[in-house]
Each structure stands twice: as structure tokens, then as C-alpha cells.
Design a protein around this ligand. Structure first.
Ligand SMILES: Nc1nc2c(ncn2[C@@H]2O[C@H](COP(=O)(O)OP(=O)(O)OP(=O)(O)O)[C@@H](O)[C@H]2O)c(=O)[nH]1
Ligand SMILES: [Mg+2]
Length: 296
């Protein structure tokens, strides 16, 4: 859908539909159905263009906060042929949290499970000079909420609405767990694709047509460098790879990492903690750059 919010839905006051789930909303309140925060609704309604919602989903600890925070930071600086302009001061929260943490050689705190505490980002993204910019909106959700929603549909309404509505999906898969031969990451990604398949209306026998980027995170922690993301997926997550090929119309695989080197700290209680010693992002903007080319 193109055009502005007011062109599409009328004036943005009591009774206007929610930009994410289309339920009726009331001025000054979060959406009563999907809990889209007022600040995000207001930001969307203030813009001339309707945004594209982006799902950045993964299990708890897969690297969503680090990935999304770094994506906003790189877009703000201009990277990978994309330039982003934050809409609404709330967009800077996530970027600030990540950058402040990295400056202290720490990773950010885990995301609380309560949806009203999630950070959202709203960016205008310019792909190339002369091209019409587009807007993306994405929440930094908690992994437990994603897993909970996949287990029981409707438990986490924001996640449900996001998957039903998003124009593109980034599935984060923790490469460390994959290399350690755990099947959890692969099964999660497969369950997410099955959920997407079940929730999105489409013609019979057609493949899911939204672009899906499978991103292996934390590749900086791998002892052996990984050459090609698709070869890695085929060899290490074969069931996920074949599900992507059979059920998704447009899918790519990427390798990402944010730290150039990491160290291990033991705190006073004896807990081991991974800390980033150098920041060297790679493969963060590429999935979005690919997706931009896919948006119809
Ligand atoms: N070396 C390295 N470690 C990473 C990277 N991204 C994340 N990590 C590690 O993974 C942990 C979890 O990352 P988060 O981004 O907080 O994970 P999340 O998916 O947001 O997790 P929840 O908030 O619990 O859903 C971090 O504390 C780091 O230890 C990366 O690019 N490189
Ligand atoms: Mg998080």
C-alpha cells in the first residue's frame, strides 16, 4: 500500500485503525489489540508515506538487540548503499543503548519480555540518490515472546500482528549454537517459517512471497572463517535450508557479526561474561539492502 496514513485511513484521531493490526485505536492510547505504542503510532501518522514493518526475530540471545541497534547506527552513518534518518526520538533509544554498552566494552542488557518495554525503530531509508526513500518500522522484541507466540498463537499479540503484517522478515540464527551441533536454532527458524506460512493469506500452492533473510549471527566467534552463507546453511542446517527453498519465494542467507574480537570476564559471583573488545560490524546492512531490492 502506498500513500499517507491519512489518505489510506482518514484522520488520525479516535476510531482510526492501528497502522500495524488495523484494530480501532483511541487517541493517546497504545493499540488495544497489538499494543503498538502511541509514540510509534504518532510517528507513523505524522509521515507522508506508510511504512513497511520489518520483523527481526530470533530466540533469546540470538543477537536481535545487537543486530538491530547496529543496523540503525550504520544506517545513520550511511552504509552498504543505504542511508537512514531516524524518525521520532524513540528510534535513538536502541542505538544509544547499544553504542553506550559497546563503548564500555559490554553487550547490551537482554530485552525484557513485557512488550511495553520494547524499543521500536522508525527510519526513513534512502537506497540511492534520486530514488524515493521508504520507511521501515521494527520493534526489538524479546526472544521469549517470539518463542511463546510460535508455541501458542495469540499469546504475544505484537509478535502475531508483526508476523502477519511485515513486508520483510530477518530470521537471526546463532551460529555458535549451530556449530556446537544444537538443533534448537534450526528448529526455531523452521517453526517461524511454518507459522508465517499458516498466518499469511496466499493462493493455494503458492510460496510465501515476502522476502526472508536468514542471518547467521556472531560469526566473529567462529574459529574457522565461513566462506559462503548459503553453503553453510546447506551443510549445517539442511532441514531449514530445504524448507526455505520449498516454501519461500524469495530468501537469502547472510553472515553477520558485530565484534572484531571478544574476551571472557568472570564476575564476582563466578559468572562468565562475553565482552566485546573491538567493534567491527559486518553483514548487518546487507540483509536489508537485499530486502530493499525485493520490496514491491
Ligand atoms: N561476539 C559476538 N557476540 C554477540 C553478537 N551479537 C550478540 N552477541 C552475544 O549474544 C548476546 C545476546 O545478544 P542480544 O542482542 O542481547 O540477544 P537478543 O536476541 O536481543 O536476546 P533477547 O533480548 O533475550 O531476546 C550478547 O550479550 C553477546 O554476548 C556479535 O555480533 N558478536
Ligand atoms: Mg534483546
Amino acid at each position: 500500500m502506498t500513500g499517507s496514513y491519512s489518505q489510506a485511513y482518514g484522520r488520525a484521531d479516535d476510531g482510526s485503525p492501528c497502522p500495524l493490526c488495523f484494530a480501532t485505536t483511541y487517541a493517546g492510547n497504545a493499540c488495544p489489540t497489538c499494543f503498538l505504542p502511541v509514540r510509534v503510532m504518532d510517528s507513523i501518522r505524522s509521515r507522508a508515506e506508510l511504512p513497511r514493518f520489518l520483523g527481526v526475530l530470533g530466540t533469546s540471545g540470538a543477537g536481535k538487540t545487537v543486530y538491530l541497534g547496529m543496523l540503525v547506527d550504520l544506517l545513520a552513518r550511511g552504509a552498504g548503499g543505504l542511508h537512514g534518518l531516524a524518525q521520532g526520538p524513540f528510534t535513538l533509544n536502541l542505538q544509544r543503548k547499544l553504542i553506550l554498552a559497546l563503548e564500555r566494552q559490554r553487550f547490551p542488557e537482554k530485552t525484557p519480555v513485557e512488550s511495553d518495554r520494547w524499543d521500536w525503530v522508525h527510519c526513513e531509508v534512502q537506497a540511492a540518490k534520486g530514488k524515493t526513500p521508504f520507511e521501515i518500522v521494527a520493534p526489538d522484541v524479546a526472544g521469549e515472546a517470539v518463542v511463546g507466540e510460535l508455541e501458542t498463537q495469540g499469546t504475544y499479540k505484537t509478535i502475531c500482528a508483526l508476523i502477519a503484517r511485515c513486508s520483510g522478515l530477518v530470521i537471526l540464527v546463532d551460529v555458535v549454537q549451530v556449530v556446537a551441533d544444537g538443533k534448537g536454532q534450526e528448529l526455531f527458524a523452521m517453526q517461524l517459517i511454518s507459522y508465517l506460512d499458516a498466518i499469511r493469506p496466499r493462493k493455494r500452492r503458492r510460496k510465501i512471497d515476502i522476502p526472508v533473510a536468514v542471518v547467521f549471527t556472531k560469526t566473529d566467534l567462529c574459529d574457522q572463517p565461513i566462506g559462503d552463507a548459503e553453503d553453510f546453511a546447506r551443510a549445517n542446517t539442511p532441514s531449514l535450508y530445504s524448507q526455505c527453498k520449498t516454501r519461500l519465494d524469495r530468501c537469502t542467507f547472510h553472515l553477520s557479526g558485530v565484534a572484531g574480537s571478544t574476551g571472557r570476564l568472570i564476575d564476582r559471583n563466578g559468572h562468565e561474561m562475553l565482552v566485546p573488545l573491538r567493534v567491527e560490524p559486518r553483514g548487518v546492512v546487507e540483509p536489508l539492502a537485499w530486502m530493499v531490492g525485493q520490496f514491491r
